[in-house]
Design a protein around this ligand. Structure first.
Ligand SMILES: Cc1cc2nc3c(=O)[nH]c(=O)nc-3n(C[C@H](O)[C@H](O)[C@H](O)COP(=O)(O)OP(=O)(O)OC[C@H]3O[C@@H](n4cnc5c(N)ncnc54)[C@H](O)[C@@H]3O)c2cc1C
Length: 405
């Protein structure tokens, strides 16, 4: 029977919940807003299936190298690319599945709410809900069981999620290969708390007012290189856009305060994975080619012949693709290989989150100081002058050189 002694040993993938033959594992939120399995010991028959499907209990570490192929991709539909986090590769992959009569599972808002959960899409229009990275842990719910039911009908199925969610599905399927399944994972920084997001939304509602129609964590309002947290409102003049320097939620995320405990020692940060396709950002495509613009590029790494064939099929229809040697594509990608370090103030941060009113909490942890205002003004000015990317690179160069000394 699965027993979580240390919270770092549960990634919240929901594989045990889906696999339990007695349906006696509930996923319950803790005080940080992350879900953990809770077993009804009276109904449990001790079959041990929950342990067998746990991707952490059964983690093997780095896998043996296999053949990979690397690509850069830009979707030729400018609206899709604008709405996507990077180059809109995921929508292109998912659309191909739909064209083949299949079904796609990904992370989107539960209708009428800003709760992120895994759900199915069966039309091209429905794929819109998956676009743009949601920086909060998705509730997988019964998605793995639903994937299996669809696989058994022979229909093409695409499952997408964080590396731990894809590993959760693979273990739930007990390693059985399905030719009609394409698994797409991401390079993942870490996954923040739904509790912090709900406090953030509560505060935003008090401060902005109106009715929120969408929340984008990686909006291209100021361009791909200075993406913003955007809250769209039914009253357009109340739309909110702030970048990583000034938005409290993004500041918490990139300070490594709000991630799930297991993210700080993630078992799935590696190059050779159990997905068919891995996607992540490419902020400097010019480093590889002069064929791509600066409005968003996805890096794609395929792990299986099925994944490569699929990408070749997709890209021929949906956009511009450039082949890049996998060693070059993955070189220096920190988040692919290394967990983020836990912020030493994390427990104080969560303690305050449960003790303070949302506005007081965020103002305490992320005050809008003069330096924050200056930083934002410089970034927006650089963006307006069209020199944001160049200025950022010069800054990074200086910063890196100074660190090296
Ligand atoms: C939490 C998180 C952290 C990330 N960290 C990094 C990073 O450090 N470095 C980097 O280069 N790239 C990172 N990425 C990946 C990157 O943001 C893009 O998802 C990737 O470039 C693909 O973009 P796209 O334009 O092709 O597709 P998009 O349309 O942006 O793709 C969206 C895809 O992401 C999935 N998704 C969105 N939110 C979630 C979620 N909460 N949980 C599970 N799946 C989700 C959707 O199901 C869909 O498959 C991260 C993504 C997420 C969700």
């Amino acid at each position: 029977m699965i027993h979580i002694e240390n919270k770092q040993d549960c990634c919240g993938c929901w594989a045990c919940h889906n696999a339990c033959p007695k349906h006696c594992i509930e996923m319950k939120e803790d005080e940080e807003g992350f879900c953990y399995p809770q077993i009804d010991t009276h109904s449990c028959i001790g079959c041990g299936v929950c342990d067998k499907v746990c991707p952490i209990v059964n983690a093997t570490g780095e896998d043996t190298p296999h053949h990979q192929e690397g690509f850069l991709f830009q979707n030729s539909d400018s609206l899709i690319r604008r709405e996507s986090t990077s180059g809109g590769a995921f929508t292109a992959i998912a659309a191909e599945i739909i064209h083949r009569g299949g079904i796609v599972f990904g992370a989107g808002y539960r209708p009428g709410t800003f709760i992120v959960e895994h759900q199915p899409a069966e039309t091209i229009d429905d794929l819109r809900i998956f676009r743009n990275s949601k920086y909060v842990q998705s509730r997988v719910g019964t998605a793995y069981s639903d994937v299996l039911a669809q696989l058994r009908t022979g229909r093409p199925v695409c499952f997408s999620g964080t590396p731990c969610q894809v590993e959760g599905l693979r273990h739930f399927l007990r390693g059985r290969e399905y030719m009609n399944l394409i698994c797409v994972d991401l390079v993942c920084h870490g996954i923040p708390s739904p509790h912090i997001l709900s406090l953030y939304i509560e505060r935003a509602k008090q401060q902005i007012g109106g009715r929120f129609t969408n929340i984008l964590f990686r909006d291209k309002h100021y361009g791909y290189h200075y993406s913003s947290m955007s809250i769209y409102n039914s009253e357009e003049k109340k739309n909110y856009h702030k970048g990583v320097d000034s938005d409290a939620y993004l500041r918490a995320f990139f300070s490594n305060l709000s991630d799930r405990p297991s993210c700080y020692s993630c078992r799935f940060k590696k190059r050779y994975r159990h997905s068919d396709i891995t996607l992540w950002d490419c902020f400097s495509p010019e480093q590889f080619t002069d064929k791509l613009d600066g409005n968003g590029t996805t890096r794609i790494l395929t792990h299986t012949a099925k994944g490569t064939e699929f990408i070749n099929e997709v890209v021929a229809k949906a956009g511009t693709v450039v082949n890049v040697e996998p060693d070059k594509l993955t070189h220096g990608v920190r988040e692919m290989f290394h967990s983020v370090p836990m912020n030493l103030q994390r427990s104080d941060f969560f303690r305050d989150s449960n003790a303070m009113a949302p506005a007081v909490f965020f103002d305490k942890w992320f005050p809008t100081t003069l330096s924050v205002r200056l930083n934002t003004a410089v970034r927006i000015t650089c963006h307006r002058l069209g020199i944001y990317n160049v200025a950022k690179r010069i800054f990074m160069l200086f910063y890196t050189r100074r660190d090296e000394r």
